[in-house]
Ligand binder design. Structure first.
Ligand code: 3MF
Ligand code: MG
Length: 353
């Protein structure tokens, strides 16, 4: 567990997923690096000071849909042993519901009943894998729940279909907690659960709202035109921010997943601040870094963005802990926000104020 030099209130454990060290393919060009084996990625996580890993169900068991349940459990146990050997934990296992030919038009909100059934059964297998990896936190990114043209689905029914699917999962495993990861678009044009407010509202509609929370991802908030630290604060005010995917994003374009703080350091500072002021991590919440390797990175340095993002977080934590709160309070009291603005900038730049 990482500690700030100054006294931090939060307890920070860091994680990332195997997809965060990638081969550099994009919609316009092929891979530019060789794949790195899962076992190697787990070792790299340990070396870079991470405490755990995040997974998709088929990161743990590739080609999941073609295997028997017994085989899936056997392969999941192997990954658990690999983690144990490095002293790492699994933060969560998320169902990958956007690859199969059966989820082309959505998973829980697919217009075909047999395809919705597939998505629900697949998620139950994901819950079983979560149990083998000794985690009961399942992140659900609702990738294709939405539409490409508005008339193709009934949006009210879509919300109820997701609620019903979640109810089935909450009943399937009484220990399960669902963390909804909202994103407003990409791959679909219009997501049905686009923001953290929608995610939290949906949780309250389920049969056990106490077991449904959320994950805020920096880039997803920015894509929705929102401020990520405000989104995190909203989740925290509901005691429902159970994970974060920190990264960065330059405005309203494709989902960039840049290194944390690389685009807007002040915005990153405010995310760390809102977590620290809550005492984030004390209830077991993790700091996930959902950052992407730049396509231009060479093989040997294709994980730097992870180590850098973690370091930036710790650097900003130090900035949060050393902020002169008395001065800040005085400037707020005087309503001199120009001066407060200047103080924050000087503090972030390490300039004498
Ligand atoms: C997409 C994402 C996803 C989710 C992950 C969890 C591939 O924009 O952020 O990353 O975080 O799939 O299910
Ligand atoms: Mg994410």
């Amino acid at each position: 567990m990482a500690k700030s030099k100054s006294k931090a209130k939060g307890k920070y454990r860091f994680s990332f997923g195997p997809w965060n060290i990638d081969e550099g393919a994009d919609p316009f060009g092929p891979p530019v690096r060789n794949p790195i084996a899962q076992s190697k990625k787990i070792k790299m996580a340990k070396q870079m000071g991470f405490d755990g890993m995040q997974f998709h169900d088929d990161d743990v068991v590739p080609d999941l849909d073609t295997k028997s349940h017994a085989q899936i459990m056997k392969e999941a146990k192997r990954v658990k042993r690999m983690l144990d050997n490095e002293g790492l934990k699994a933060e969560f296992v998320a169902p990958r519901l956007w690859f199969s030919p059966r989820t082309i038009d959505g998973a829980y909100t697919n217009n075909k009943a047999r395809d919705r059934k597939y998505a629900i059964e697949r998620t139950k297998v994901c819950i079983d894998i979560n149990n083998v990896l000794n985690t009961s936190w399942m992140v659900v990114w609702l990738a294709r729940e939405g539409s490409y043209i508005r008339e193709s689905k009934n949006p009210r029914i879509e919300v109820l279909q997701i609620r019903d699917a979640f109810n089935a999962f909450l009943e399937y495993d009484p220990k399960l907690r669902i963390l909804i990861e909202p994103k407003p678009n990409e791959p679909v044009d219009s997501a049905i659960i686009p923001t953290i407010g929608h995610a939290i509202g949906l949780g309250y509609m389920t049969c056990d709202p106490s077991r449904v929370g959320c994950l805020v991802e920096t880039a997803h908030s920015i894509l929705a035109g929102l401020d990520p630290s405000d989104d995190m604060a909203y989740g925290l005010a509901h005691d429902k921010l159970w994970s974060v995917h920190l990264n960065d994003q330059g405005g309203l374009k494709f989902d960039q997943d840049k290194s944390f703080g690389s685009y807007n350091l002040r915005r990153a500072f405010n995310q760390v601040r809102v977590l620290e002021e809550y005492g984030y991590g004390r209830k077991g919440e993790w700091v996930g870094l959902d950052v992407k390797t730049m396509r231009t990175q060479k093989q040997a340095v294709s994980a730097k963005h992870l180590a850098n993002s973690r370091q930036t977080f710790l650097f900003l934590l130090e900035k949060v802990c050393t902020l002169d709160r008395d001065l800040e309070a005085q400037l707020i009291d005087a309503r001199d926000y120009e001066e407060l603005d200047r103080y924050i900038l000087c503090h972030l730049m390490g300039l004498k104020y």
